[in-house]
Every structure is written in structure tokens, then in C-alpha cells.
Design a protein around this ligand. Structure first.
Ligand code: HEM
Length: 930
């Protein structure tokens, strides 16, 4: 032992002695990094981490490439060792050093950076719009005390039918029937805050209220930032759409509007993401319909408003478009859209804090018209109206109604079609009957049918085991009689329906967290982070987890609300289904709102505007005839609404699964939006054109809802600002490369569309961050006083994040969008009782818990190949598809992640190459190998 200590001491002395010589080497930097200790979490928003590390840290975790990267505005961790594909891994002697090896340093460093980002996001980016904000900030300043866990704003009002049951006294608490299952309107998920996350609650914000609505609320700083340059139609949304969004196609004529409506054999090419299929695009639309909607029954306000195609910008002056320019652009001045619904538009309350006036809510608010919970409300409903569209099987009301599509194929069961008596908009006639029917298309039809089948398969499997063991304890309990065992045979059809809803919702949440997200953000750090998010970092260490829980409870009483929130967020690292505080009698004890009530923020909706992922044409395949061939090309625009339903039944779930599973989705970037969405027919509006440009509408809606423009958006989220449009160009590209030339062209276009102005050094433009030397950021963004600067402050957030050519390896989205996900993806798990402390047999039954944890009834099944070095379970969505569409058995056998194109060879470590797997060499999609 003594000898070992001596050797360690000698080694340390040697290293310290040699340190001056090693100073700028990787070893020297690692020593300096090791001695520097942990970075302190920022106490003020202007001192945030920004995803940038010191030179030593960068060198130790990623070598000289990472050191160089520090000069860019982009986050550092994607440059660390092993954070990318095979090329990013370090192979050498030091690779054998276990956790000290470069690859481990890289991955652990990336995870640490992600954790810092999350802690700071939870600390600085929660802004609730329902009246709790003043209490929240005052609480944050207090030296001790728990973060609040309940708020009077979320009490049920006296006229609510559940008022008496929740207890009309000051501290309402949901009980009995109200807390057993997911409720229709989302009330009582959090027992102490009945209305939180329920339908019609205000969307929250992740940006300071003062930074929202830059077109409307102009205090001195906002005025300094944007001058008079902003307006709902400035710069013109349709001009932006036509110049920056239009998909570049080899033969645009073959893909014109007529073709999109009538369907045919056009090419309609698009930039394709090699590692993601079209299922991934429609999956996320299916998800968003569960989480949020600004529209009520597919409608906004009755009043119509213009959508642009009126002017262009010259420098910083707006000039009217000439008729010729309009023809050339292909936009439509006659397009009209219904104005956004607004919840509160009166003057926002304000209060004084440390000599400053703060807004108590955003200048305007809007409401979430569905529940904010991950409760599959797009399937099961979110209010009385949507519930009337959800059909239950009259022969077994525990099931959803599924009808045979034709007399000769009784096994092929599909959702029924909306009936005349069902609540509906005229444009929905002929579609499948589901709770959320808007913007119906072939992908939504696919997922709704799949999960309706899954619901019924769960019910059937439950009934089978209940018959086999009818007297067994199901695990279910009634909260009013918690000690009374409910046996399998005593579970009613209504209870079983609700249990199936719980199970299906949890499966969906699991698929999204560990299957969709890890493919959308395809690299090792995110794979590890998302699995920890779902299962908890300490899932394999229950004793440590229990001890930590105790420590956190003690800390919560003695430290400030801010401190305990930091600790909780770091160590719980996503409570997932096994998170902290989930044991014991308290079925609400594991939820954590970080002192601010949960709902999605408007900024979250902005980053989910993912329309470029949708192709214009689907390549239809035939599973029985030849999976490798394309039988027909069908325009997505020709399969909307009732036509999607007809197409689903004509070709069947299996062929659509194969087609959407093999085809690649569109890269999320500029010049890659679907043409059919620029020309979407909207007869309900009765406007002159009867059409809208959905992509121009994306811009307009963000402005109507006060999304900060791009640079301030980044500063608000703790990312570095850009100082000119040139910053978008990937600095790694050789000067003469074609890609660089293309990026330069895009930058020139941004400059033309958004303009430039002569800057004024005296104008301070933000409160969110400071310059590195601690001085305020001014209008010149570090350039000399009076020089011409790009109007990068005016860039719409959506345009900005689509222009991010620089992305972490395998990221389908940009780093700016990802920052918003880090925060909200964690929160929607932490805040949901049914995914934390009520994820237990008393609510789900033993059978239900096992189904979610083991991805179905047959126990855990492990893939016989590893995925990027990890042994993995057969994925949850693969198991769902194998159950609901058994014809896919052969096709799915080699598939590891359902969102990876089914015929792609996944190759080595997080490869993005486009080459066929064995057996799919003849697939025509690989013909050009592009
Ligand atoms: C055929 C495919 C699609 C069609 C026809 C479609 C159509 C539309 C339309 C018309 C709107 C505007 C609603 C309004 O504000 O008045 C919209 C909004 C939106 N779309 Fe799509 N969309 C499609 C696919 C997608 C996909 C794949 C995503 C991916 C997430 C997506 C995400 C969104 C989001 C986040 C909004 C804003 C919703 C809100 O404000 O509540 N859409 N879409």
C-alpha cells in the first residue's frame, strides 16, 4: 500500500515538475482542467455557461479541433472526442485508459456540458403566464425555503363540476375518482394543482416577458435592438417563403401545384436526411397534436388578415413589390388567414424588483387548446367535443372501435369514419374519427390506426391473462379504499379502457424519448442522455438513489429554492419512470415543477415547426410484390383529409409502413420546404385565392405570438449571439468548396431580405447577456462604431435556426432548437404524475407496468446485434408494429430503430452513410447512392 502511495506521489510530482513543458499539450491541459474543479453554476443570467469551455478543457476533451472551435458562436461539445461518428473516436494507446481515455473524456465532457445547460435553463428560463411569476422570482431571491409546489391559480373554479370533489377550501386536493386515471380535460394530473396542464390553460414562455413581442412591446432596449424595422408583415412573410424556403428541385415544372393536387409521377426531389425516414416526420406531427394546439376545432378568430406578398426590403427600407416581381416570386397578395386566438391582450401587470419594473406576464397570452400532458389526447380526447369523436367498441367498451376495411379482409381493421352527427368542420368530412382531426394526412392516419390497434391488443391480452388467473391481485387500487385488493376479474370495462389509455400514452412517451429522439439527434452523448432521462441516471443503483432522495429532501428545507432546484435537476437527471421521490405512499411526491407551473412555452411551438421534413411525394411500395421496388409515386398533397383515409384503406397499413419506413425525410434547412404547403387549399376561409402558404404562416404566427427574433432568442436560451450573417457559414469548409459557395449565396440572400443598418454604439440592445469583458452588448455587436451591420437582430427565429449549417453530428435539428428541447423534454416528464410517482400498479396494474417496461407482453427481448456498441432491447415501436401489423415481421427483422430508413445499413459508430443493408441491394432508393 505504502509503495502504491509512493508511486502515485512520484507520478504526481513528475507531472507537476513537467507541467511547464506540457502546458500546451493535451496532458498539460488535462492537468489544468482537472485542477480547475467544477465550473460554478451562474448566479446571474448574464454570466451563463453558453456551451463554451476554457481552452484547457476543450483541448483535454477534444484536442486542437475543439480549441479552434471555441472562436465560433456554436456550442463546444460536438467537437469532443467520440461525440461524432467513427472519425471522431480516438484510437491509440491512451484509448486503453478507461475513464481517463480521450473517448471517455469526450463523452463525459459532453454529458457534463449538457447537464450545465439544463441546470441553467431550469434556473433562468421558466416564465409562467398564469399569474405566478412574481411569487416565483421573489422566492428565487429568498435565502432559504422550498420551491413552491402549488399555486392558487390552478384551483378549480366554483362553477367547475369537479369543484366539490376537489374540496372547495383554500388548499384544493384532488382525490378519489378524479385521480385514478388520466382525466379527459387533463385536470388533477398534479393532485395539488388541479388545473395545471389542463385544456385552455395559458402557454408559458421560456424568454423573459420583456423580450417577447418585439413588434408590440417596445421598451428602450427593444427599440434599440430593432428600431422601426419590425411589423407582423415586415420583412414580408411570403417573400421570405418564396426566396428562402422554396424547395430547390431539378425539375420544378414536374412538381407544380397541379401535379400536387392530382397526384402523378413527378420527381419532386428534395434534400434527404440519410438516417431518418418519413415515419419520423409524421410521428412528430402526431406528437404535437397531443401536446399543444393554438386552434380550437381547427379554427382561429373569425376575422381574416393579410399574409404578405406586398413588399421587399432594400437596405432597411420597405418597397412595394411590382406585378412582375409578384409573378416571378409566385406569391399571392390575395391570400388571407384567420387571426390567431388571443387569451389576454390587456396591459400586462408589472411589479418592482431591485429597483427595476418587471412584467408579471407576457404582453399577450394564448391558450393551449389541448391538454399539455403526454396523455395521447390526440387519440382519446381533451374536451367534451373531441370526446364525441372517439368511438368505443359497443361489443367491448374497453376497446376502441375498429372496422374491417372490406368484407374480404376481416383482419384489416381501421378506425371508423366521422359520421354526420359527429362534431366536425366541413373539411374533415370522410376522415377517420379521432379526437384531433386537423391537417389530416397519410402519416397521421398511419399512427392513429396503429395505436388504436395497440390499445385493443392490450385490452385483449389483459382479458386473456385475467381469464387465466381471475382471482389474482391486478395491482389496481381505488384511492378511497387503498387496502382493498382488486382482482383481475373485478376490473370493469371502463377501468380497462382507462388503463389501456395510460399504457398507450406511456409507450408513446417512451418511444419518443428513447427511440425517436436518439435517431433525430444521432450521436453517443444524446443516446446516453436520453436513456438517462427516461430511466434515471441511477436506475441500476436503487440504494444510492434512495439515499440521494433523502439528501435532496433535507436540502430542500435548508437551502434556497434556486439551490435545491439545481441539485435536483443535476442528480435526478430526468426522473424518468423510476425517478426520485417515486416510492412511498405519496402518489404525487415524485413530480417536480422547479418552482414554476408546467405548460409548454410558445418558444417550444416555434422549434416544432418542422414542415421541411415532409416530402412532396411518397414512394409507394408493395410489401407482397417487391419491397425493394417503387410501385407508384403519390403526391402528399393529393392525400390530405378524406383522401388520406381513402389511400390508407386502399393500400393498407403494411404497405404504408413499408413506404414511409424506407423513404428518407427532408433535411431541416432553408430551400427545402414542401411545395404543396406553399399552395395549400383552404376552402374554409372563403378568401379570394382559397389557398395559403403554410410556410409564410409559420413566420406570421410566430410574430403574432411574440417569439423573440433569432439573436435575442439565442441569448435568452443561454447560447452565444451571432454578429453577422456570415457566422452561419461553416468555418471548416475549404475556401473553394461548392458547399461554402452555396452557403455564401444563402447568406447574401439573408442580407438582401433582412437588410443592414449603420450601427449606434450608444444603443444597448439586450439585458440577457453581456460582452466577455462585462460591458453591455450594443447595436454594433463588437464592430466599430458607425459601421454597417447586418440586421441579424431582426432575423425570424425560424429562419435563423434553419440557416444553421453547423450542427452537432447526426442532428436533424439545429443546436438552437435543441436548447429548447433540453429544457422542455425534461420538464414534461418531471411534471407528469403518471410518468413519475403514479407510474405504479395501483394505477396501471401489474400487467400494464410490465407492458410499458418490457415493451409488450412477451417479456424483454434483446436484439441479437449491438447498436453503436450497446446491447439493446428490441425497440418499443418495433414491438408495437410487430403486434399491430404482423405482416411486417420479415421486413422489420433487421431494423434496430424504426425511424432509421429500413433498408439502410447502419454501418459503424453513428454512421450517416446511405448504403443498403444486406438483402436490400436492389432497392431503387440506393440507385444513385446519393
Ligand atoms: C401534410 C402535412 C402537414 C400539413 C397539411 C400541415 C398544415 C399546417 C397548417 C395549415 C398549420 C397552421 C395552423 C394555423 O396556425 O392556422 C400548421 C401548423 C403547425 N404545424 Fe403543420 N402541417 C403538416 C405537417 C406538419 C409536421 C410534419 C409537423 C412536425 C412537427 C408540423 C408542425 C406544425 C406546428 C408545430 C404548427 C403550429 C401549431 C400551433 O400553432 O398550435 N406540421 N400546419
Amino acid at each position: 500500500m505504502k509503495r502504491l502511495l509512493l508511486i502515485i506521489a512520484l507520478f504526481a510530482a513528475l507531472l507537476l515538475g513537467a507541467y511547464p513543458l506540457l502546458r500546451n499539450s493535451r496532458i498539460g491541459s488535462c492537468i489544468a482542467y482537472g485542477f480547475a474543479g467544477w465550473r460554478a453554476v451562474a448566479t446571474d443570467r448574464s454570466e451563463r455557461f453558453l456551451g463554451k469551455v476554457t481552452e484547457d478543457t476543450a483541448r483535454c476533451r477534444g484536442g486542437e479541433a475543439a480549441v479552434q472551435w471555441r472562436k465560433t458562436p456554436w456550442i463546444d461539445w460536438p467537437q469532443y472526442f467520440s461525440a461524432g461518428d467513427e472519425q471522431s473516436r480516438y484510437f491509440g494507446l491512451s484509448d486503453k485508459l478507461s475513464f481517463l481515455s480521450p473517448n471517455h473524456r469526450g463523452i463525459n465532457g459532453a454529458l457534463l456540458d449538457l447537464e450545465y445547460q439544463r441546470i441553467e435553463l431550469l434556473k433562468f428560463n421558466l416564465f409562467d403566464n398564469s399569474g405566478t411569476y412574481e411569487g416565483y422570482v421573489r422566492g428565487q431571491k429568498a435565502p432559504t425555503g422550498n420551491a413552491p409546489r402549488s399555486w392558487p391559480q390552478f384551483r378549480l373554479p366554483a362553477e367547475h363540476p369537479g369543484f366539490a370533489a376537489a374540496g372547495p377550501d383554500a388548499s384544493q386536493e384532488c382525490a378519489g375518482e378524479m385521480i385514478r386515471f388520466r382525466t379527459l380535460t387533463g385536470i388533477c394530473n398534479d393532485i395539488l394543482n388541479p388545473l395545471m396542464g389542463a385544456v385552455d390553460q395559458p402557454f408559458a414562455r421560456n424568454s423573459e416577458f420583456e423580450a417577447t413581442y418585439p413588434e408590440l412591446f417596445q421598451d428602450g432596449i427593444v427599440k434599440n435592438r430593432h428600431g422601426d424595422r419590425l411589423d407582423l408583415l415586415k420583412p414580408d412573410p411570403q417573400v421570405i417563403s418564396r426566396k428562402l424556403f422554396t424547395r430547390r428541385q431539378s425539375s420544378p415544372v414536374a412538381c407544380d401545384d397541379e401535379l400536387a393536387r392530382n397526384s402523378a409521377a413527378g420527381e419532386c426531389d428534395y434534400q434527404k436526411a440519410n438516417h431518418l425516414n418519413v415515419l419520423a416526420a409524421f410521428w412528430v406531427q402526431f406528437m404535437t397534436h397531443d401536446w399543444f394546439s393554438h386552434l380550437e376545432e381547427g379554427r382561429n378568430q373569425p376575422e381574416l388578415t393579410a399574409m404578405g406578398c406586398g413588399s421587399r426590403r432594400d437596405g432597411d427600407i420597405e418597397t412595394a413589390l411590382t406585378p412582375n416581381e409578384i409573378i416571378e416570386l409566385g406569391c399571392r397578395p390575395g391570400d388571407r388567414i384567420d387571426k390567431s386566438l388571443v387569451a389576454e391582450a390587456g396591459p400586462a401587470p408589472s411589479f418592482a424588483l431591485n429597483g427595476e419594473r418587471k412584467l408579471g406576464r407576457a404582453p399577450r397570452t394564448t391558450s393551449n387548446k389541448v391538454t399539455a400532458w403526454w396523455d395521447a389526447s390526440q387519440i382519446y380526447g381533451y374536451n367534451e367535443t373531441s370526446w364525441r369523436r372517439v368511438k368505443r367498441d359497443p361489443r367491448d367498451p374497453a376497446k376502441l372501435m375498429l372496422a374491417s376495411s372490406s368484407a374480404d379482409d376481416a383482419a384489416q381493421r381501421y378506425l371508423p369514419i366521422l359520421q354526420k352527427a359527429d362534431p366536425q368542420n366541413p373539411q374533415w368530412a370522410g376522415q377517420e374519427a379521432v379526437a384531433f382531426p386537423d391537417n389530416w394526412n397519410i402519416g397521421l392516419s398511419f399512427f392513429h390506426n396503429v395505436f388504436a390497434r395497440e390499445h385493443n391488443l392490450f385490452v385483449e391480452a389483459f382479458r386473456r391473462q385475467a381469464v387465466a388467473d381471475s382471482e389474482a391481485d391486478s395491482g389496481l387500487r381505488h384511492p378511497n379504499r387503498p387496502h382493498e385488493v382488486i382482482t383481475n376479474k373485478n376490473i370493469t370495462a371502463d377501468e380497462l379502457f382507462e388503463i389501456a389509455r395510460l399504457v398507450v400514452s406511456a409507450e408513446i412517451a417512451k418511444i419518443h424519448t428513447i427511440e425517436w429522439t436518439t435517431q433525430m439527434l444521432y450521436n453517443e452523448p444524446v443516446y446516453l442522455a436520453m436513456n438517462a432521462n427516461w430511466s434515471g441516471l441511477l436506475r441500476d443503483y436503487p440504494l444510492v438513489s434512495a439515499a440521494l432522495e433523502q439528501a435532496l429532501h433535507r436540502l430542500a428545507g435548508s437551502a434556497s429554492a434556486r439551490k435545491s432546484t439545481e441539485w435536483y435537476s443535476a442528480f435526478a437527471a430526468g426522473p424518468g419512470i423510476f425517478g426520485l421521490g417515486n416510492r412511498g405512499a405519496d402518489v404525487n411526491g415524485g413530480v417536480h415543477h422547479f418552482g414554476s407551473p408546467f405548460n409548454f412555452p410558445e418558444e417550444f411551438i416555434n422549434v416544432y415547426r418542422l414542415h421541411p421534413m415532409v416530402p412532396d411525394v411518397i414512394e409507394l411500395r408493395d410489401l407482397k410484390r417487391d419491397p425493394n421496388g417503387i410501385a407508384a409515386r403519390v403526391a402528399v398533397g393529393s392525400m390530405l383529409r378524406a383522401k388520406a383515409t381513402a389511400a390508407m384503406r386502399r393500400h393498407g397499413l403494411a404497405n404504408w409502413a413499408l413506404s414511409l419506413g424506407r423513404q428518407r425525410l427532408g433535411v431541416l434547412t432553408l430551400h427545402n420546404h414542401p411545395r404543396f404547403l406553399q399552395n395549400l387549399a383552404m376552402p374554409r376561409l372563403n378568401s379570394i385565392t382559397g389557398k395559403i402558404d403554410v410556410l409564410a404562416l409559420d413566420i406570421l404566427r410566430d410574430r403574432e405570438r411574440g417569439i423573440p427574433r433569432y439573436n435575442e432568442f439565442r441569448r435568452q436560451f443561454g447560447l452565444k449571439q451571432l454578429t453577422s450573417f456570415d457566422d452561419f457559414i461553416d468555418p471548416r469548409l475549404p475556401p473553394s468548396s461548392r458547399d461554402r459557395a452555396e452557403q455564401q449565396q444563402t447568406v447574401a440572400l439573408l442580407r438582401q431580405l433582412y437588410g443592414q443598418h449603420r450601427c449606434d454604439e450608444a444603443k444597448i440592445i439586450t439585458r440577457a447577456q453581456k460582452n466577455e469583458d462585462g460591458t453591455p452588448i450594443n447595436d454594433c455587436l463588437g464592430r466599430s462604431a458607425g459601421s454597417m451591420v447586418d440586421n441579424i437582430e431582426d432575423l425570424d427565429a425560424l429562419v435563423g435556426w434553419l440557416a444553421e449549417f453547423v450542427r452537432p453530428h447526426g442532428f436533424a435539428i439545429s443546436e438552437t432548437q435543441f436548447q429548447v428541447f433540453i429544457l422542455n423534454a425534461s420538464r414534461r416528464l418531471f411534471s407528469d404524475r403518471f410518468l413519475t410517482s403514479s407510474f405504479r400498479p395501483e394505477f396501471y396494474t401489474h400487467f400494464g407496468i410490465k407492458w410499458v417496461n418490457e415493451n409488450g407482453p412477451a417479456g424483454k427481448i434483446i436484439e441479437n446485434v449491438r447498436s453503436n456498441g450497446h446491447p439493446i432491447d428490441v425497440s418499443p415501436l418495433k414491438r408495437v408494429l410487430l403486434r399491430t401489423i404482423p405482416e411486417l415481421k420479415g421486413e422489420l427483422a433487421p431494423v434496430i430503430n424504426v425511424f432509421d430508413p429500413w433498408a439502410r445499413d447502419r454501418g459503424k459508430h453513428y454512421s450517416l452513410h446511405w448504403k443498403p443493408r444486406p438483402g436490400a441491394e436492389t432497392d431503387v432508393a440506393f440507385k444513385d447512392n446519393q
